[in-house]
Design a protein around this ligand. Sequence first.
Ligand code: C2O
Ligand code: CU
Length: 408
Amino acid sequence: MTAEPVLAQILTGEFSEYGPTPSLGFNGSTPGPLLTVRQGDELSVTFENRTGEATSVHWHGIRITNRMDGVPGLTQEAVPDGGDFEYRFVAPDAGTFWYHSHSRSWEQVARGLYGPLIVQETAPPDVDADIVVIVDDWRLGENAEFIDDFDGMFHFAHGGRLGNYAKVIPSQSSVRRGDRIRLRLINTANARVFPVAVEGIDGKLVALDGMPLGRVEEVGTVTLAPAQRADIIADVVDDIEFSFWSGQDNYRLGLITVDGSNPSPRTSEIQRLPSNGIVAPSGEPDRRETLRMQGGAMGGRHPGEDIWSFNGVSDLPEKPWLKVDRGTAVQISLVNDTSFPHGIHLHGQHFFEIADGGSLGSLRDTSLVNARESRDILCVFDNPGKWLLHCHMLGHSATGMKTWVEVT
Ligand code: C2O
Ligand code: CU
């Protein structure tokens, strides 16, 4: 895969008279190519950086070998412009993942340096179409160019650099009425939390952040923080319309249109996906920790040296925030003492969100914690290495909201 400058027709529909946007992409396009690998198989990518600046690729959500995690300064050196890197790893979990730049990511991801990564089940569910649906927003100027305010203080200190144009990019533009389809929603935006409404289907939510739900759920509005994913299996009833409530109006994100009808629609019940085999620990956790999000506009004082901090420390400390032996179960209270939502992402392992009342919720790699709220998560750290823990509102991470965990 070659990371390079590309021209992308981001503005479409009623805005398509605007020209393409100079962007960054992989192999000539943004989003980059859909990578598909079978569960348990090894993926090998010769990565070439031709962007004009240093970069690296992170394979978001994959329980990966540490040195393939793509984090400059922690797991590898950034790949210089003109340089190469050999990424090679086994994909242990079936599900919906993605890859993106992890170098100046608040700018490079916004400029288009990301793509979808699908790990297929050994026996995939029986569907007529498997469709990736990227959900993103872009901040564009009058000539469809990126507004060059990636380092804008206002964005850093508030909710992040939100786009002024949003849409879905489905991997397939039409389906038949009566088709059973799988939709893989991926929020690739830098900062925007999308409460996505999907109309025209009758189906179930079957996975979050790549991990199958223990039991299928009604779809409803799917709230996706940056980097979060949701898999839906559903039957097509009508044109599929994606929209979200922007706070002011119902913003239309795009369509997958109905073309013809399926002569033999499936009537079987929609089943849950096979589990990836991550077992929930029983009994008391081995350790309890608290991670406080602090700072930002209207956030009050904190001792960190940058805009944001975790437990009073901005940016990567020399020593890990948490050092644990492999297999340790840690319950972490994520406490949001700020005036903005944060999507907290842990590299290298998934964790359980703990529901009110203490029961284990879904497995995630990114947890959305709204302003002034908190959430407990439970993680069995079983992947050795140095793992980043950061806000996936990428400008927040850039200005302090990040730390790391060492598993030995
Ligand atoms: Cu998807 Cu450290 O990120
Ligand atoms: Cu944040």
